[in-house]
Design a protein around this ligand. Structure first.
Ligand SMILES: [Zn+2]
Length: 173
């Protein structure tokens, strides 16, 4: 996909599978399942001057992300022998963790928006001087960056990316 603004955005999709080993906490049996993930990487070529570099950055970002998601991710699978769900899967099974991450991200973005509004109100004062506005703007930016982390782990665990992958990959192949 190419988007022309003042440059070109390159996107690369990587997908992969990994065997995950689990030792059941309940019956101590070892079992494996296949974890599948798909990750997108983006590279930007300013004024279309660095298309090759942008394509490489996109590919590297998508591979790095995929590697991380495969290494750290897991699916919610019951033990094939006793049906037990492992302790770390249970918050996800109940949806608590997902809702928690989502709420954290929304709260951070909300706080950032409030800060940005306060900043603008301070900076448009006729007698405004100094760097207060800049500091507040930095704080808002940090909050937006911080909100990316819970959003990302939310996506990593349960995002559209793995659902898409499951949909467009024939199961029997
Ligand atoms: Zn078990």
């Amino acid at each position: 996909m190419y988007v022309n603004i003042s440059g070109r955005v390159h996107t690369v999709d990587s997908h992969g599978k990994m065997l995950k080993e689990v030792t059941c906490e309940n019956c101590q049996i070892e079992f494996v399942y296949i974890l599948e993930r798909r990750a997108k990487g983006i590279g930007f070529s300013p004024y279309c001057l660095d298309d090759e570099g942008a394509a490489q950055r996109a590919a590297a970002a998508s591979v790095n992300r995929l590697r991380k998601w495969l290494a750290q991710g897991f699916d919610i699978v019951p033990c094939p022998s006793c049906g037990h769900y492992q302790e770390y899967m249970i918050p996800w099974l109940r949806g608590d963790h997902r809702i928690g991450l989502w709420k954290t991200a929304v709260a951070m973005l909300y706080a950032a928006a409030v800060l940005a509004i306060v900043t603008v109100m301070i900076m448009i004062q006729p007698n405004y001087r100094g760097y207060t506005g800049l500091w507040l703007l930095c704080a808002a930016l940090i909050m937006v960056m911080a909100a990316r982390r819970p959003l990302r782990s939310w996506a990593m665990r349960n995002g559209t990316e793995c659902r898409d992958f499951a949909r467009d990959t024939p199961r029997e192949s």
